[in-house]
Design a protein around this ligand. Sequence first.
Ligand SMILES: Cc1ncc(COP(=O)(O)O)c(C=O)c1O
Length: 382
Amino acid sequence: MASLNYPPRTTWIEVSRGALTHNLHLLRGRLAPSTQLMAVVKANAYGHGAAETARILQTAGADRFAVATLSEAVELRQAGIERPILVLGYTPAWHSELALAYAITLTVFELETAAAMHAVARDSGRRVPVHVKVNTGMNRLGVRPAEAPALLTALTALDGLSVEGIFTHFATSDEIDRSYAEAQFACFGELLDTLASVGLRPPLAHAANTAALLTMPHTHLNLVRTGIALYGLDPDREQCVLPVGFRPALAWKAIVTHVSDLKPGEAVSYGREFIASRALRAAIIPVGYADGFPRRPQTWSSVLIHGQAAPILGRVCMDQTVVDVTDIEAQTGPVAQGDEVILIGVQGAASISAEAASVRVGTNNYDIVSRILARVPRIYVA
Ligand SMILES: Cc1ncc(COP(=O)(O)O)c(C=O)c1O
């Protein structure tokens, strides 16, 4: 086995600090100086490892961070992130004390929870910073625009809260036809004007995700929430591809743990679904569905060894998978224990991007990277 300095497991993620920093600077270059950049690092920073990724992005100049849950926000604070952190999802009032303790900004969209948060904050003599979420057409969380002025009026009266921001989220900004996203933005703009006319517009207003940041610059307002482009991945692999220059930050690697001969008629893995029709060389890789390498209905289909595709044989197991290296050995020589395996990344002239993997698995690149489980160690390279 080559004398590389391998991480604690025989499969690992490599995250490029340089790529994250470079991508952030490319995005920043598209924004007016007065527009803040909120780095979306929910779901373990889309699989890239939340704490270290946020530290890298903080150093690179992210103004703020966004996560999905309070526990994700607390993890960032404990990792030394000092900039404001917004929880995008619903936080119950019974988490207000924790949010206050860690100075976390919460999303609100109805009065009942907000009033309960206010009560907790007031009792401790502090204020919870909140952003109001408006539903302009995603039909997920959010107050309806027609009801937003009344909510803002009521929130302003709650001195345990400080209403710092208001935001909405696009359903289709990554599609070529942006008419629905434009209609959402027009609706949000009307609401902002209404609020401004009665002195209720919060200091921060935000709508743009990565796709809108790139293709709808008029939606930047004074804050953008960007995730996928920081990681160098396309908002949509067909309809919203990143401009030239962005670099994928993540590679998923492993080493071969064993190589064996299969005789014709021998079967591989649970259920004996694959039966060798000829003599084969089978390599074992230490990656399975409990790492985020899907078992069904569609698999990764192949990985790279010696810069060539090694097709998966039989069922993916919880921690291991068998791949066919017969044709690879015929071309490049023996495959041995310790040889590098690429699941996402580049090897020689070949590569498997997160986008390519997502086509094989029948999903999108967000899902591919964010499903890689925590037990796969993340290491940070130049
Ligand atoms: C509310 C909200 N804002 C912003 C983002 C970032 O989106 P993207 O990664 O496409 O930039 C997300 C991601 O899903 C989100 O849920």
